[in-house]
Design a protein around this ligand. Structure first.
Ligand code: NAD
Length: 498
């Protein structure tokens, strides 16, 4: 059986004793295994990153940026191979994997602008003969810990910017989908990155805890579920590390009575069921304002869902694939059961989908649940599956209160033709990323990504301009060169420009 190993100091390393099977979620078969890094292996990766830092921090930004340009080309040239690896382990359909990769590449494109981004700020004559400037200095060794649902894109939110800012990096990807992440890191070396600047360790809690406790690691970027995000944030910050930890979500879409209903239905279908609902920006709750809007919406959704096609990643006519594990499939089905038991109406039931060629796969069909109320278990928790719930309310304010009360605040959207209502919504809603007739308001690479409330622990969002701030430490220098013979008098008061 093939073993997915680590990438340390530019070399494949595989001397761990612990391994875990990597399943193909469409077939339910383990076709590979992944090495689970021991403490010693992770420490070796951190040591490689630490050793590479002095030379890398002094490498001119334009040279770092040229490597990113080559990396972008290699990602494009190897797109099919990357998407095949994503499909084999994650199960997402090739067109969806291509979308993931493209979004990742856009982060590499942003990082190509390093020389411009790192210029800093300069003030001439801040005082008599005094110049002052602020510059962005790298932190040192930075670590990233990433989830299963975007094995290529989420790591690319992190390390291209961290690296062009002059840091060295240790990535701990999800152990459930290790191959595409590792392959992409190998391409970065093919693009000319010096050994040790970027290292990948596969593993589980042991690897994560080693990174959290290693004093040489200056900062940690994490993306995953909220309980783990909170653990990472509290542990890392208690150790004096800089940390950003992005967590889970429950994203609501308000459907106003004046919305273009056909458009809203199309948008909801893609955003609720694309990638089997395993996106942190998936729209999993539609909040219909008024019973007329709700009846209209549910009727149209139910009709449109008859043609949803669930199946294996290799058939690009499928709309979405399996969920990630057998255990997760059971969890998703359990949430649907609980909604039924607690009085909701299962309008379209995906608990026993017909995927006859893949009897052992972890499939859940598209599911629509109406008349969901806020006390229900299925409403309170992130399901992370192809399940769309409808909550009925009487006013837009009631819809907004519902969203504001939820513990998560990652993304949200409103479908309406009323510009004033949309503006009020985006102004006041307590959610980090807002769509107006846009179902997946994932910011483009030159803005930053992050939720509010328990969807993000830390101050700075992921990628874009916030990444420059997160991966650098600001230093401000104030300088004067006195002309020969001129000396300042002693001055005991605070210097001012009065
Ligand atoms: P997860 O929290 O189980 O795992 C994320 C990472 O943490 C993995 O690398 C994993 O190995 C590690 N990990 C897991 N348990 C750990 C433990 N006990 N101690 C230390 N490390 C541990 O998340 P997942 O199931 O891989 O991903 C799905 C979750 O990620 C969902 O909740 C989803 O909403 C969230 N997510 C959030 C965003 C965002 O930007 N906010 C993006 C993608 C995914």
């Amino acid at each position: 059986m093939n073993t997915v190993a680590h990438l340390i100091n530019g070399n494949e390393v595989n001397d761990d004793v612990r391994h875990q099977p990597v399943y193909n979620p469409a077939t339910g078969q383990a076709e590979k295994q992944v090495a689970l890094a021991s403490k010693a292996t992770v420490e070796e990766a951190v040591a490689a990153a630490e050793a590479a830092f002095p030379a890398w921090r002094n490498t001119p930004p334009i040279k770092r940026s040229r490597i990113m340009f080559r990396f972008k080309e290699l990602l494009e040239q190897n797109a099919e191979r990357i998407c095949e690896l994503i499909g084999q382990e994650h199960g997402k359909i090739s067109h969806d994997a291509m979308g993931e990769l493209q979004r990742g590449i856009e982060n590499v494109e942003y990082a190509c602008g390093a020389p411009e981004l790192l210029k800093g700020e300069h003030s001439r004559n801040a005082g008599p003969g005094i110049d002052s400037w602020s510059e962005f200095q790298p932190l040192g060794v930075v670590a990233g810990i990433t989830p299963f649902n975007f094995p290529v894109m989420v790591p690319l939110w992190m390390y291209p910017m961290a690296i062009v800012c002059g840091n060295t990096f240790v990535l701990k990807p999800s152990e459930r989908v290790p191959s595409s992440t590792l392959f992409v890191a190998q391409l970065l070396h093919e693009a000319g990155l010096p050994a040790g600047v970027m290292n990948v360790v596969n593993g589980d809690k042991e690897a994560v805890d080693t990174l959290l406790h290693d004093e040489r690691v200056e900062a940690i970027s994490f993306v995953g579920s909220t309980p783990i995000a909170e653990y990472i944030y509290t542990t890392a910050t208690a150790k004096g590390k800089r940390c950003q930890a992005l967590g889970g979500a429950k994203n609501h879409a308000i459907v106003m009575p004046d919305a273009d209903m056909d458009n809203a239905v199309n948008q909801l279908l893609g955003a609720a069921f694309g990638s089997s609902g395993e996106r942190c920006m998936a729209l999993s709750v539609a909040v219909a304002v008024g019973d007329d809007a709700a009846n209209h919406l549910v009727g149209k959704l139910a009709e449109a869902m008859q043609s949803l096609k669930v199946g294996a990643y290799s058939d690009s006519s499928n709309d979405f694939g399996p969920v990630i594990t057998r255990q997760h499939q059971e969890k998703v089905v359990g949430f649907i059961d609980s909604a039924e038991e607690q009085g909701a109406e299962i309008v379209v039931d995906g608990r026993q989908p017909d995927v006859s060629d893949y009897q052992e796969g972890y499939f859940v069909g598209g599911t629509l649940i109406d008349k969901v109320t806020p006390e229900m278990t299925s409403y309170q928790n992130e399901i992370f599956g192809p399940v769309l719930q409808v909550v009925r309310v009487n006013s837009m304010q009631e819809a907004m209160d519902l969203i504001d009360c939820h513990e998560y605040g990652n993304g949200t959207c409103i479908f309406t033709r009323d510009g004033e209502a949309a503006r009020y919504f985006s102004d006041h809603i307590r959610v980090g990323m807002v769509g107006i007739n846009v179902p997946l308001p994932v910011p483009v690479a030159y803005h930053s990504f992050g939720g509010w409330k328990r969807s993000l622990f830390g101050d700075l969002h992921a990628y874009g301009p916030d990444a420059l701030r997160f991966y650098t430490r600001r230093k401000t220098i104030t300088q004067r060169w006195p002309s020969a013979g001129v000396r300042e008098n002693v001055q005991f008061s605070m210097p001012t420009m009065k």
